[in-house]
Design a protein. Structure first.
Length: 356
């Protein structure tokens, strides 16, 4: 069976394209007494970006904090806040920020039209009703969250996305000017998320020409950005690398690095980009060429990763990490094939975590 997946129907790309957001929203303002909700990373509080938002009438500015990656409890609280603000469902949700903020915007727009808690929908295709119209405006590049059909959330008993066709944004606006101001370390970690998506997709057993075509272009762009000369098109390249990397994994899968990093993240709260970098550095046996090149990128940008994260951890926590990682069956199947359980045993997984 071939997957028949939806993609984002509308895209604007280019420096300064944010100026067109007002025009894009105009035709979506359909409800009398309606309003838009701008979900924006609170790193931009009182910064020029807030002043550039095309807010009108009853529009709501919802500043969100991403010190912790999105939790289901946070989504539920934001949805309650919007419902308390108005009996009317908003005409649109506009997410401005990185992968965390974009996932919040996706999850909020879904939950405004679906009953219960966002935790009820962690999984595949559980969502019943389509989302409120939602728009992504990324301000950091790499995760591919702008084009993926998932909103990754940490819930009461698992870290798992709300995966559905309805999760996809209706519109994305890729304005490389918005990447200015990202701290260097964060730029690197989120960019490496993209590079690792490409390595895991291209080296996986699920690879096919569709994923290869996007993955190869994406990894070339990552090489230009992280190993080439610093040029004025860096932001443009990284935004397109992120988009293509996301398209590549849409029709394949990520692999060992993402599976293990979910273990770190679930037990220690390690953020996605840095968690992938920490993990990838121990995977030379699985991705020898990718890890070698990744280390060249780290050297060039003088990045040093935290070590000894699992030092002194009790057995129960380590065990939970191993279980979390090994529960991600499709990722291991993609990485190691159908015999993966005999290759990535609990013991081998534990040893890897102990080295981190
Ligand atoms: P992020 O959204 O967590 O942001 C990282 C940091 O950068 C934050 O402190 C943020 O405030 C700051 N920041 C963002 N833009 C900035 C700017 N222009 N200037 C200054 N600071 C800025 O980072 P991320 O790496 O983009 O996203 C990670 C999240 O994405 C995780 O929650 C992960 O689970 C999720 N993710 C989702 C998908 C998906 O397909 N949905 C894929 C990969 C990762
Ligand atoms: Zn990732």
């Amino acid at each position: 069976m071939y997957r028949n997946f939806a993609i984002v129907p509308r895209i604007i790309f280019g420096r300064g394209s944010l100026n067109q957001l007002g025009d894009v929203l105009k035709e979506k303002r359909v409800t009398d007494g309606g309003y838009m909700v701008f979900v924006i990373d609170d790193v931009f509080t009182d910064k020029p970006l807030e002043g550039r938002l095309p807010m009108e009438g009853k529009d709501l500015l919802l500043r969100v904090n991403v010190a912790d990656e999105p939790k289901t409890t946070y989504i539920d609280a934001l949805v309650a806040q919007i419902r308390a603000y108005s009996d009317v469902t908003p005409d649109g949700i506009i997410g401005l920020g990185g992968g965390s903020t974009l996932d919040i915007a996706k999850a909020v727009s879904l939950m405004l039209n679906n009953p219960g808690s966002s935790a009820d929908y962690q999984g595949w295709d559980i969502i019943q009703n389509r989302a409120v119209y939602h728009v992504a405006v990324p301000t950091i590049a790499g995760t591919g969250a702008e084009i993926s059909r998932t909103a990754i959330l940490t819930g009461p008993d698992k870290k798992l996305g709300i995966n559905s066709d309805y999760t996809l944004f209706d519109q994305i606006m890729l304005d490389p000017d918005l990447l200015a101001g990202v701290p260097k370390e964060q730029w690197f970690y989120t960019g490496m998320d993209c590079y690792i998506h490409d390595v895991e997709s291209l080296n996986g057993t699920f690879i096919n020409q569709f994923s290869k075509s996007y993955g190869e272009k994406s990894i070339d762009l990552c090489r230009e950005v992280f190993l080439g000369e610093n040029d004025s098109a860096q932001g443009d390249k990284l935004m397109m690398a992120s988009y293509f990397g996301g398209m590549s994994i849409a029709y394949s899968q990520v692999g060992a690095c993402h599976a293990l990093s979910y273990g770190l993240s679930y037990v220690l709260g390690t953020h996605h980009g840095i968690g992938c970098c920490i993990t990838f550095d121990y995977l030379d046996e699985i991705y020898p060429a990718g890890v070698k090149e990744f280390r060249q990128m780290m050297d060039k940008h003088e990045i040093s990763l935290p070590r000894n994260l699992t030092k002194g951890m009790d057995d129960a926590s380590l065990d939970l990490m191993v279980t979390t990682a090994l529960n991600l069956v499709p990722l291991w199947e993609n990485c190691l094939g159908s015999d993966w359980k005999n290759i990535m045993t609990r013991e081998r997984t534990l040893e890897l975590f102990k080295r981190m």
